[in-house]
Each structure stands twice: as C-alpha cells, then as structure tokens.
Design a protein around this ligand. Structure first.
Ligand SMILES: Cc1ncc(COP(=O)(O)O)c(C=O)c1O
Length: 324
C-alpha cells in the first residue's frame, strides 16, 4: 500500500533518521494515519480470545479498536508514576505472556508524555522473543521531543517488530491522514491484505506532500521546518509548567509530546478526575480526565499544549482562582 515513491521516501527517512535499511516493497506500507495502522494490524493478526498487551493509561485504540473489535482480550499494563510511566514487564503473569500475541508500546507516550530509555525497549524485545509475541511500537511523537532529546526507533533494537508513525504530529498534518508502518514483512504483508479489502490508500497528492517533508531530513536531527514548530510547543510547555507550579499545582516537565500529565491537586484527591475536570469546565478550562485513557489514569488529568501562549496564561489564572 502506498505509492512507490512514498515507500522509498520512508525507507530513505529510516536510513537518515535511524541509520536503518528497509525494503520499500516488503517492509513498508502506507496507512491512512497511524490510527488505522494500529487497528488494522490487530485485525490482520488477532484471533478471537487472543491476548493483546496494552498500556493503561494509553491511546484508547489499542484496547478498543484494535483488541476488542477483533474479539480479543486486552491485558492492561499499568503505566505508573513511580515507574516513570514505563510498563512493569516483570510483573506480568507468565501465563498471560504465553498467550499474548501482540504488545502495543508507545513512547514518547500519550497521555503521560513519558519517554523510554533504550534499556527498556531492549527488555521488551527480550520478553517478546522469550514468549513469542510481536511488538507494535506506536511512535507518532518520535519528532515531538524537547531539550535535545532524540527518540529512538524500536526497530534499531530489533527490526523484526513493527513501528507505526505518521505525518500527523511531525508535520502538523493530522487532518491529511497519512502514516506508515515499517518492519516485519509478514506483519506488513498481513496488513496489506486486510487493507486491500477495506480501503484504497491515502490520496497520492498527500503522499507527495509527506515525501517533501521527509526529504527535509539530512541527519537524525529535526530539520528546521519541524524544529520551528517544536520550539513553539516548548515555549507553551514551559509557560504551563511554570504557571501550574507557581500556583501550587506540582507538575513535572515532560521531554516529549504536547501533553502534560499530572495528578489532580492534593485538595481534590477525594473526588474523581472526572468531577475535577467538571469543576474546571465551569470556569471555562477544558482538559481531559485521565480515566478516559483507562482505569490507571484515575487521579490524573491531561493538558494539551495546543493553545496560544496568552490562552494558556489565562487558563492558569482561572485555575488559580479555583484551587487557591
Ligand atoms: C499514541 C497515538 N497513536 C496514534 C495516534 C493516531 O494518530 P494519526 O492517526 O493521526 O496518525 C495518536 C493520535 O492522537 C496517538 O496519540
């Protein structure tokens, strides 16, 4: 799936960005945004009753669109603050691991903003080898990183798994619906078969626009067109983090993504994150309750840095009147 020149551009990008070689014909497919790839890979590989390991809190499509709609069973891997929001792989029951067919992982992470050290990825790959499952590494925030942090690809650890990425965050092209899957050729082939009976791919002119963007890469460093956008979000991140901490809402600074994930203020810990969010809505501030990303998101909320600086400052002032 995808035009020849699109798949070749993805192969070139992996070479320049991650120093890896992939065959554009067998190891790369276009998808209509990462979301479609996340869901349809499961459709291609999951049988009713199979277990799929999913991060929780996590992008809801792993548990719902991918797993439950394939009549499979999600197993939630809690992403806890005390573990830097990394899945605690050692705590997963051996019987569950034996039955697992896929594991979704996503770092830089939505909703927590966490990043994963390479040792964690190595450990995940070792588990996948030992228990014979595939990792679907959802990496749409690979370029959405701050403070000189450069996010890895899981394929650098083991090219036998699959990585999904898209133009949505990288080039602010969410509405254009263009993404790609790279890696294990059996999985790519399965995905292509499924897609050939469901859709006819992303429009050619959009694929061409994405090629142009990807060709801006000359090394693993972000090209200027992306760096400029990231700097804007970095300023918003710094304003929000400083603002929240100044008004007494202790919040850590993430090194990636445009999300700020934080525990609800101490004063409100006896109510649910949903009820806390409702209080904010009453003063005109809309953020996402953590429970929307799974049960382990309870007690947290997610801010999205997708507003101009003045509105973020205004939101902080309003929040201050509520919590102080
Ligand atoms: C973790 C994660 N995966 C996948 C997606 C889907 O992105 P798209 O389908 O726009 O490529 C998103 C979008 O919010 C996301 O946060």
């Amino acid at each position: 799936m995808g035009e020849d020149d699109f798949r070749e551009a993805i192969a070139r990008w992996y070479k320049v960005r991650f120093n890896m070689d992939f065959d554009p014909n067998e190891e790369i497919s276009n998808v209509i945004g990462g979301k479609e790839g996340v869901a349809n890979i499961a459709r291609a590989f999951i049988n009713p009753g199979d277990i799929v390991l999913c991060p929780n809190p996590g992008y809801p499509v792993y548990e719902n669109g991918a797993t439950k709609l394939s009549d499979a069973k999600p197993y939630s891997m809690p992403l806890l603050k005390e573990n830097n929001f990394l899945a605690d792989l050692d705590s997963i029951d051996r019987e569950i691991l034996k039955k697992a067919k896929l594991m979704y992982l996503n770092y830089p992470n939505n909703p927590t903003g966490a990043i994963a050290p390479k040792e964690f990825l190595k450990k995940a790959v070792d588990y996948a080898d030992d228990y014979n499952f595939y990792i679907i590494y959802d990496n749409p925030y690979s370029e959405f990183t701050f403070d000189d942090y450069i996010a890895p690809s899981i394929l650098q650890i083991d090219p036998n798994h699959v990585e999904i990425n898209s133009a949505s965050k990288m080039f602010n092209m969410t509405g254009f619906r263009c993404g790609w899957t790279v890696g294990n050729k059996d999985i790519i082939e399965g995905l292509r078969k499924i897609k050939s009976q469901i859709d006819s791919g992303c429009p050619k002119f959009i694929q061409r626009a994405v090629i142009k963007g990807l060709n801006e890469y000359k090394s693993e460093k972000k090209p200027e067109i992306i760096e400029r956008t990231i700097k804007t979000y970095q300023r918003c991140r710094d304003i929000l983090i400083k603002g929240l901490n100044d008004i007494g809402w202790t919040t850590d600074k993430p090194q990636a993504t445009f999300y700020i994930w934080t525990q609800i203020p101490k004063k409100y810990r006896d109510i649910s994150c949903m009820d806390f969010v409702k209080k904010l809505i009453e003063i005109g501030v809309v953020i996402t309750p953590g429970i929307g990303f799974g049960q382990y998101g309870e007690g947290f909320v997610r801010f999205a840095l997708t507003q101009p600086e003045e509105r973020i400052l205004e939101a902080i002032e309003r929040i201050s009147t509520l919590i102080n």
